[in-house]
Design a protein around this ligand. Structure first.
Ligand code: NAD
Ligand code: UFG
Length: 343
């Protein structure tokens, strides 16, 4: 039986493909390449020594989804495909509802019609909104603070409703904290287009000289050095959590037919701690200056990881130095992304 990986050519999806192939699963990747290149698929093949079965398709194309699910005899779906930029979602909310909510609805409908009833879904810690307490447990109240976050919450609710309607469905909702890092081969990694919104890609572009300096958004938060604190998690640890979630669903050992768990390390690092860690890993100076707080940012956000440990028997293992080292290795080998690999 085969696992369908939607968004499998993207940043997290490509790492997930490697993990699933190396664990002996057959996979088929579905991606519309709206935010990826098929070169990532060649790299997955290079890392694993296995051919990657790929279907270029859009998750909103239900008829095509049904053909793919049947043709490849899929038994489960790992669902990464979607749009993910918070700022953009406030400018073009309908595109977010269409890709993320309508897309997931079509995918679930296709799965229902084909009798494929297990899904692992990429959710986000953004569903917790402003933390009322830390570390964040899965029963922390949820609240969307932007259209992107709202699409994740709507999808989570849709999955809970479908699960409640029929016990033969199985859903693992994985709430990611801040994924960073790259495969230790340096062959796959994050490849943002334009000016990066997120901290780690911005730091890498200062390190490699593409940007002059980092703006540190806020140095007056109530944190140990005044800058924002987040729970950064190595992408390789993150995708190992998916592998465990798949095993738990497939073996029938899930605590319920729709469970939600945090994927984080439980450790919070400040922006300045990230800058220093990246300087150590890259041996480059990261110039920065303080700028006003960014709208919508919270002071601190980090996970309680106990439930993930209990349900998935999984814990993140890679530390901040590994996250920075692997990111820098990827950037040095691919200075401007996939199109510019250097030997
Ligand atoms: P990404 O953009 O690299 O990957 C998403 C992939 O989905 C891309 O390859 C894109 O081409 C594809 N895609 C988008 N819309 C599609 C559609 N309609 N049909 C088919 N393919 C489509 O992003 P990522 O960082 O790998 O994120 C993967 C998932 O994890 C997303 O759902 C994202 O919301 C979620 N997530 C990411 C983060 C993060 O910080 N990276 C944090 C929390 C949650
Ligand atoms: N930051 C800077 N300068 C920058 C970029 C970020 O100082 O140029 C700071 C932010 O203010 C924040 C920290 O670095 O304190 C992390 O910011 P990111 O943008 O990297 O990450 P966020 O925590 O804001 O958001 C990320 C994803 C969201 C997701 C959330 C929780 O972008 O999609 O994690 O999973 F919802």
């Amino acid at each position: 039986m085969t696992v369908l990986i939607t968004g499998g050519a993207g940043y997290i999806g490509s790492h997930c493909c490697v993990a699933f192939l190396q664990a002996g699963h057959d996979i088929v990747v579905l991606d519309n390449l709206s935010n990826a290149t098929s070169i990532s698929l060649d790299r997955i093949a290079e890392i694993t020594g296995q051919k990657v079965v790929y279907e270029q398709a859009d998750i909103r194309d239900q008829a095509k989804l049904e053909t793919i699910l049947k043709q490849h005899r899929c038994s489960a779906v790992v669902h990464f495909a979607g749009l993910k930029a918070v700022g953009e979602s406030t400018k073009v909310p309908l595109a977010y509802y269409d890709n993320n909510v309508v897309g997931t609805h079509r995918l679930l409908s296709a799965m229902a019609n084909c009798g494929v009833k297990q899904m692992i879904f990429s959710s986000s810690a953004t569903v917790y909104g402003e933390p009322q307490f830390l570390p964040l447990t899965e029963d922390h109240p949820t609240r969307a603070v932007n259209p992107y976050g709202r699409t994740k919450l709507i999808i989570e609710d849709m999955l809970r409703d479908v699960a409640a309607s029929d016990p033969s469905w199985g859903f693992g909702i994985l709430r990611y904290f801040n994924p960073v890092g790259a495969h230790d081969s340096g062959l796959i990694g994050e490849n943002p287009l334009g000016i990066p919104n997120n901290l780690m890609p911005f730091i890498t572009q200062v390190a490699d000289g593409r940007r002059e300096q980092l703006s540190v958004f806020g140095n007056d938060y109530d944190t140990r050095d005044g800058t924002g604190v987040r729970d950064y998690i190595h992408v390789t640890d993150l995708v190992e959590g998916h592998l465990r979630a798949h095993e738990v669903l497939a073996s029938g050992s899930a605590p319920s037919n729709c469970f939600a768990v945090n994927l984080g390390t439980g450790n919070g690092y400040s922006v300045l701690e990230m800058v220093r860690a990246f300087e150590r890993a890259s041996n480059k100076e990261i110039r920065f200056s303080f700028a006003p707080r960014r709208d919508g940012d919270v002071a601190e956000c980090y996970a309680n990881t106990e439930l993930a440990h209990k349900v998935l028997n999984w814990k993140a293992e890679r530390d901040l130095d590994a996250m920075c080292r692997d990111t820098w290795n990827w950037v040095c080998k691919n200075p401007r992304g996939y199109e510019t690999a250097v030997d």
